[in-house]
Design a protein around this ligand. Structure first.
Ligand SMILES: *Cc1c(COP(=O)(O)O)cnc(C)c1O
Length: 494
């Protein structure tokens, strides 16, 4: 399998190079040159297998440099019972005959980032060996919450890796902050930055482009890398759960062989829904992809008009992991729809020059045939948490609620009652404040007591990784200005 840059098809790379580099030198994203089709009997066969086995099967199609033995070890380690609280790993829950929920938050940080970030460290360290890179990889992450903790857990104590996470001092929830500052592991570092997520992100980007730092770290035996959602090593593990979800529906007699489903995904950087699109390309019977956004609805507008325009106000919402105006992974979809790297390069040049581009009519028509876009504000999100709880006795987090609301809008508007899989990206216990408010609880407990409050209100236990935060010692308390991030990196690596 060859990989190419979304902005230049002429140079090709091996999978290990694509994963080790993350980004191509031309700024494009490393992407498979083609998508293998699943053989006719594959879904049926995979239905009888475990999640770990399904992951090996799917990843092998894209990673021919890796042996089945290697991938099986990675899969067992990443998705084992010490990491995930259910043997199904990514279970599909039936809410009624045609509405299903794919729960992606049974991992160590209770959010869907675990699905990829538990696998990425294995793929990355093995890729570095294959490209004969002998230095220790140093991962730098700027996070608005879920990615940082997911990366810390994924890379924790993985040999020949260091992981340093920067988060905005006032930009993450209390539970999210506690999750990070109590992080265990010998190779981890966490530091907060005064300012918002953009400050932390800009700071990390500057570190990446700092040649002096790169050389200095190289002398100390470090190789700088990132774990962000554009790395192919994160997209690939996400394709697995869409294939797995269909297999579960098939196994449980919820759909007949070949029967179409729709998929509805709460979207930020477009990584999760892109994986659904790739599963569809590979032959999973997915009809429409419903793209759900919060008030930062740049994707809703794009799907409806063919115009991507980031020049708009930014909102901090109840679904913070979707508060994004530049959906980086969209570039890969553009390549798939245009089949033209020159055209992708032009759109991306316009995006960086003026924050806006308009796709051709041909691309827009293809886009609209595949995708439907809907958005939902905080008020709608809370109402939807309440409605789903009432109707199905099922508790969902704000990100998942945005998706449920989008599905409802889609069904009302189109009358299309095709069985739908709604993707659930976080445990409601990660966002107790907004969930309790949605359930009508105004007086909220402080700190981690809010977990108990939500438990008592709903009769559901908080996930162990969150309840066990209580009593864990705080290991990291450094706060720096953006100017202080370089010194913080050097300090943490000492
Ligand atoms: C990251 C995240 C999303 C958005 O996923 P993308 O791949 O960026 O579209 C949605 N929900 C939660 C809880 C997340 O952590």
């Amino acid at each position: 399998m060859q990989y190419i840059s979304t902005r230049d098809r002429t140079r090709s790379f091996r999978a290990s190079q694509a994963i080790a580099r993350g980004l191509a030198e031309d700024g494009g994203l490393m992407t498979p040159a083609y998508f293998p089709k699943l053989p006719g009997t594959a879904l049926k066969e995979l239905s009888g297998m475990s999640y770990q086995q399904r992951a090996v099967y799917v990843m092998k199609l894209f990673l021919d440099e890796f042996s089945i033995k290697e991938l099986s070890e990675f899969s067992a380690a990443a998705y084992g019972p010490d990491r995930f609280d259910t043997p199904a790993v990514a279970p599909v829950r039936a809410l009624n005959g045609d509405t299903f929920c794919l729960e992606l938050w049974h991992g160590p940080t209770c959010a869907f980032k675990d699905m990829a970030l538990q696998m990425l460290p294995h793929l990355l360290t093995a890729s570095l060996v294959k490209i004969e890179e002998e230095k220790t990889v140093c991962i730098l992450v700027a996070t608005s919450g879920d990615t940082g903790k997911g990366a810390l857990e994924g890379f924790k104590d993985v040999p020949r890796t260091r992981i340093l996470v920067f988060y905005p001092k006032n930009g993450v929830s209390a539970v999210q902050e506690l999750q990070m500052v109590t992080q265990e592991g010998q190779n981890v570092g966490v530091c907060s930055v005064r300012g918002n997520f953009d400050d932390a992100q800009t700071g990390v980007k500057q570190l990446f482009s700092d040649e002096g730092l790169r050389e200095r770290l190289a002398r100390q035996g470090y190789f700088l890398s990132s774990a962000n959602s554009i790395n192919w090593g994160r997209v690939l593990p996400q394709i697995v759960y869409y294939i797995s979800a269909y297999c579960d529906l098939l196994r449980d007699g919820r759909v007949a062989e070949g029967q179409k489903i729709n998929v509805c995904v709460p979207t930020g950087n477009f990584g999760n829904i892109l994986a659904a699109f790739y599963a569809r390309e590979m032959g999973v019977p997915i009809d429409r992809l419903i793209c759900a956004s919060n008030s930062n609805n740049v994707l809703t507008d794009f799907i409806r008009s063919g115009v991507y325009d980031r020049n708009r106000p930014f909102y901090n919402t109840d679904s913070p992991s979707m508060d994004i105006l530049i959906s980086s992974n969209l570039e890969r979809l553009l390549l798939a729809l245009t089949q033209n790297d020159q055209e992708v390069r032009d759109y991306m040049a316009q995006l960086s020059a003026c924050g806006r581009y308009q796709v051709s009519d041909r691309v827009r028509e293809k886009l609209q045939k595949l995708f439907a876009g809907y958005c939902c504000d905080d008020q709608g999100t809370r109402a939807r948490i309440g409605a789903v709880y009432q109707e199905y006795d099922y508790l969902i987090d704000p990100h998942t609620a945005v998706a449920f609301d989008a599905l409802e809008q889609y069904r009302r508007e189109t009358g299309d009652m095709t069985p739908a899989v709604v993707v659930s990206t976080a445990s409601p216990f990660k966002f107790c404040g907004s969930v309790l408010e949605a359930l009508g609880v105004k007086e909220q407990a402080l700190g981690l007591n809010i977990l108990d409050q939500l438990s008592e209100k709903t009769g559901q236990p908080a996930p162990e990784p969150l309840s066990s935060l209580r009593g864990k010692p705080v290991r990291f308390s450094q706060t720096v200005d953006r100017d202080g991030m370089l010194a913080a990196v050097l300090g943490m690596l000492e």
